[in-house]
Write a protein that binds this ligand. Structure first.
Ligand code: ASC
Length: 152
């Protein structure tokens, strides 16, 4: 009996700590802001490298393009909870309060980015410049969609 209670307590503790990881809890709004800014810096950098190839400013290099597409797809799937932390719409951030108020809408635009980035990654792994143009455009559109609604 004592063992059962100990096991239950143990389970509760383990679930609790996993929850902390799974839900990406941030101790302070500033930490969430710093985290999502870091992700956006990386996104802009690696998305921009693909953009230069799509626009013809740089020669198309399938391997490099694919590496960038893979990174952006990974970044798109990092926990979005950093955008949902109460109070993180204030201070040194470009995020509009609407992101917190319209959670469903925010999640919808975030998901559209995830899906587009995954599609771009698939196309890039096998593709030529022509085959990445459409999914690249779709991903860029998903960036814009979210920024126009939720970025100051
Ligand atoms: C970028 C970047 C964005 C998006 C957006 C795409 O490289 O910094 O915010 O692409 O311009 O439409």
């Amino acid at each position: 009996m004592g063992g059962t209670i100990r096991n239950l307590l143990c389970l509760v503790l383990v679930m609790g700590s996993l929850g902390g990881v799974a839900y990406g809890q941030f101790a302070k709004p500033d930490e969430a802001i710093a985290y999502r800014k870091a992700v956006m810096v990386l996104n802009a950098q690696h998305f921009g490298r693909m953009g230069a190839m799509v626009k013809g400013e740089k020669p198309f290099d399938q391997k490099a393009f694919s590496a960038n597409a893979s990174l952006v797809s990974t970044f798109s799937r990092l926990p979005w909870e950093a955008f949902m932390v109460p109070g993180s719409d204030q201070g040194n951030t470009a995020m509009k309060p609407e992101a917190l108020k319209e959670k469903g809408k925010f999640e919808q635009t975030a998901k559209a980015f995830e899906n587009a980035a995954a599609e771009l990654n698939t196309a890039a792994a096998a593709g030529k410049l022509e085959s990445v143009k459409d999914p690249f455009g779709k991903t860029a559109q998903s960036c814009k969609e979210c920024h126009s609604q939720f970025k100051r």
